[in-house]
Structures are given as C-alpha cells and as structure tokens.
Design a protein around this ligand. Structure first.
Ligand code: DX5
Ligand code: ZN
Length: 216
C-alpha cells in the first residue's frame, strides 16, 4: 500500500495559491499539510484561516491542518468552516485534551494530536482509542528545513505498539526533516503519513519526489 504524502505548503508562494494547488492536484499527494503558527506556542507566525480557505477553493484533496497555536479550542468551528478535514492540535497546548478532541470530532473533522520531540508517546495511552491521528514531530516545531531527529524511529515504534495493543486505527504521521533517505525507515517503523516541505520544494521535480515518498 502507498504511503500518504502530505506536502507542507509552508514554503510555497502564497501569492500563487491557485497555481500551486493546481500543480499539487496533479500529483499523487493525498493530503495538503497546512502549518498554522501563532507566534506564541512556536517562535514563528505563518498564516491563518483565510489562507486555508483559499487552498480549499482550489483543491478537493484532504486538508491536513497542523495547529501550532497556544489555545486552539475557540477556533475549532472556524477551522471546520474554512474547509479543514483533519485538525491536529499539540499535546503541549491542550490542558483538557479529551475535551478538545471531542470538540474537533463533534465539529465534523478527524482529530489528531501532535507531540513535540521531548514529549513521550506514553502520555497518550489513556486517549489513543479516541485519536484518528498522532503526529510525531521529528524537529522542534516552528520552521521548515531543520534536521531530522534520529530518536523519532524509537518513538514511532512505541506508538505503533500502543496503537496495535489498543486495537485502534489511529494513523501515524511524521513531520520535520523527512527525506528520501529516512522515509523508508519511518515507514518500516510504522508511519502511515509523511509530511515533507523542503524535500518536495527544493527538489528539481516536486511531483516525482512526492511519488517517490509515496513508494518509500
Ligand atoms: C515545522 C512544520 C513542518 C515544516 C516541515 O514546524 O510543522 O510541517 O513545514 O518542513 P520540512 O519538511 O522542511 O522539515
Ligand atoms: Zn507541520
């Protein structure tokens, strides 16, 4: 089975959202990965709801939103209205995670939880059954183009064991420094969805790179 590939649009040209969406619509990428950063939870500000809406107007692919924001709860319905399919919030930003996940699902989206590199997957043991996805950060969130943290493989393996033991259908996504060299190892460890920013955008032929990641 092919891996899900989610190109990270953080490094795309936002003055050309229509053209960029049309190009990716022709690719084998199943998802568009959209990184929302608030300058509080992470030391960077990216974009918000109007940009998500703009991508929604030009694609029918799954919009996979990675919310790197300190307080996602008041915006859950806004993300849904903007056309989001999967909303991932950070474990470290949600003191009432169960309530947040419940609200995301009730709004009609798939619910994901992202873990920073220092956050143990074991902290999800009581909620894994309720999660559609877990996003393992393989860099510290905030910027594209960073170096992949090798400890990620171990985290993916522990998470996969937890999911299997719970008999859950939770998807594992990895984000940060993903490339053609580490992708096959991540897939072997149990990853289902690969986020890739620089690897796609800095390659000579982004569509071919997406295809290669899908077959990794
Ligand atoms: C980083 C973002 C990533 C980023 C990935 O905080 O969550 O999605 O765009 O970029 P690369 O693939 O270049 O590490
Ligand atoms: Zn991301």
């Amino acid at each position: 089975m092919k891996n899900i590939v989610a190109p990270s649009l953080l490094s795309s040209d936002f003055s050309r959202i229509k053209e960029e969406s049309e190009r990716l619509n022709e690719s084998s990428a199943q998802w568009f990965h959209l990184d929302v950063m608030d300058g509080v939870f992470v030391p960077n500000i990216s974009f918000g709801l109007p940009i998500i809406e703009a991508f929604r107007r030009h694609t029918t692919k799954v919009l996979d939103v990675h919310a790197m924001i300190a307080n996602p709860d008041p915006y859950i319905n806004d993300f849904k209205s903007a056309g989001v399919d999967i909303l991932t919030v950070h474990y470290e930003a949600c003191p009432h995670l169960h309530r947040t996940i419940d609200a995301i699902k009730k709004a009609g989206m798939k619910a994901g939880v992202a873990l920073n590199p220092h956050t143990s997957v074991s902290l999800l043991s009581e909620i894994i059954q309720d999660l559609d996805m877990v996003l393992i950060m393989s860099v510290n969130p905030g910027f594209g183009g960073q170096k992949f943290i090798e400890h990620t493989y171990e985290k993916v393996r522990s998470l996969k064991a937890m999911i299997d033991m719970a008999g859950s259908r939770t998807i594992i996504e990895v984000d940060g420094g993903v490339n053609l060299e580490n992708a096959p190892k991540l897939v072997a460890a149990g990853v289902n969805a690969l986020v890739a920013g620089s690897t796609v955008y800095k390659s000579e032929d982004p569509l071919k790179t997406i295809e290669a990641l899908g077959n990794a």
